[in-house]
Design a protein around this ligand. Structure first.
Ligand SMILES: *Cc1c(COP(=O)(O)O)cnc(C)c1O
Length: 394
């Protein structure tokens, strides 16, 4: 591609990623790449980001040993990287805040974002309030109905929530609408994409802002345990918390595992496990592993966790999986619920349903002989209380 990008826009042996964007967005994407590169080289930007991550987000997040759960499962040690303890309750804020600071630096005071479950929308709305930026969040009508508390949170932070009626009224349609809105207003607006997805440079940008998770965790576990774990594991929707945790461990000889949503069955439409059912395709500006039907139409997906319920896996994580650097597993809705109960009862921590998919794999890892595990707890479960209540008969 001769678009004049300076960062690599393709990942792995299959050249995933790329920049499949409408012509109107090419210049804004080039500008974004340039601004991103210059920000990372600017000590003032880096210092402001660090300070906000510390004083607003609550970083570094703790690495919590989970000795009771480890003993119960037959593991020697289990460590939890606590993104659930960040402000707004999930890792999304790391990226939302960093991109909001970048927008400000670019002189863009209008922010556009998409959201599915509402976690990225809430994080973006909070970052915009903090930095004095105006914020519009596109959200499918189905998601607005089932995530009403997050709609209220965004509005409390002064954000405008735009209902998206198209299609299933979920995340895929919200991204379409946000990209359309950005194309119309890109002279003054910045689009904060919520996962390691979309056209270049978004996958690289989001991954870069999320690797703080793994960088902290790697130093913390070396300090606390004196050694690296045998397995590092995270859940994977678009792939941002997974990449954030796993990328800093790519040079180490250990198992890196990403867990996808197995939903309620193996058929297309019953899950969001892109590796088993997915084929290469293009969605939302990048080439990656995508759930699609025989005609190449993007398939419907299902998962108990809204954050994992997306038909495409981010291109960089997909490339790491296809090239053998990261293993992929799946956990069903039921297994995720069981995983959540294990952590609640053994350690007094309520995980997000997304993170529970990684917890669900722990018994298998123990059975496969793993002794020490580092698990990314991507978010807290308060947003999922009504699901836990209805599905667990509480
Ligand atoms: C959004 C979300 C995810 C999935 O997104 P990734 O980009 O794959 O990290 C996982 N956990 C939580 C708590 C989320 O809010």
């Amino acid at each position: 591609m001769t678009l004049g990008f300076t960062l690599p826009d393709r990942f792995g042996s299959q050249a995933l990623g790329g920049c499949y964007a409408p012509e109107t967005l090419l210049q804004p994407l080039l500008d974004l790449e340039a601004a991103f590169r210059s920000a990372l080289d600017d000590p003032a930007y880096v210092a402001e980001l660090k300070s906000e991550l510390r004083h607003f987000v609550g970083r570094p997040t703790p690495l919590t040993p989970a000795p009771r759960l480890a003993a119960q499962l037959g593991l020697k040690a289990l460590f939890l990287k606590r993104e659930d303890l960040t402000h707004t309750g999930a890792h999304k804020i790391n990226n939302a805040l960093a991109q909001a600071l970048l927008a400000k630096r670019m002189g863009k005071h209008e922010i556009i974002a998409e959201t599915g479950a509402g976690q990225h929308g809430v994080a973006t709305a909070a970052a915009c309030a903090r930095l004095g930026l105006s914020c519009t969040v596109y959200m499918g009508v189905t998601d607005m109905a089932r995530q009403a508390p997050n709609v209220a949170r965004m509005r409390l932070f002064g954000a405008k929530v735009e209902p998206v009626e198209a299609g299933q009224g979920t995340l895929k349609e919200a991204v379409n609408e946000a990209l359309r809105a950005w194309a119309a207003r890109c002279d003054r607006a910045h689009y904060i994409l919520g996962s390691a997805l979309g056209p270049h440079p978004f996958p690289t940008l989001v991954r870069t802002f999320q690797t703080v998770i793994g960088e902290e965790a790697r130093a913390q576990i070396l300090e606390q345990a004196g050694t690296l774990p045998e397995v590092v594991i995270a859940c994977a929707g678009g792939g941002s918390n997974g990449l954030g945790l796993l990328v800093p461990f790519l040079g180490d000889s250990l198992r890196r595992v990403a867990v996808e949503a197995g939903g309620h069955g193996p058929e297309l439409g019953e899950h969001a496990a892109r590796l088993d059912g997915g084929r290469l395709g293009v969605l939302h500006g990048c080439k990656t592993l995508l759930l699609q039907d025989d005609h190449g139409h993007t398939a419907e997906t299902a998962s108990i966790s809204a954050g994992l319920d997306y038909p495409a896996l981010g291109p960089e994580l997909a490339a790491l999986i296809l090239d053998g650097q990261v293993e992929v597993r799946r956990a069903s809705d039921e297994e995720a619920l069981t995983g959540a109960r294990l952590l609640c009862e053994a350690e007094g921590i309520l995980p997000a349903l997304e993170s529970s998919h990684a917890l669900a794999l722990l018994p298998s890892l123990a059975a496969e002989g793993a002794a020490t595990v580092l698990l990314g707890l991507s978010g807290r479960g308060d947003k999922d209380l009504s699901t836990y209540q209805s599905r667990s008969g509480l």
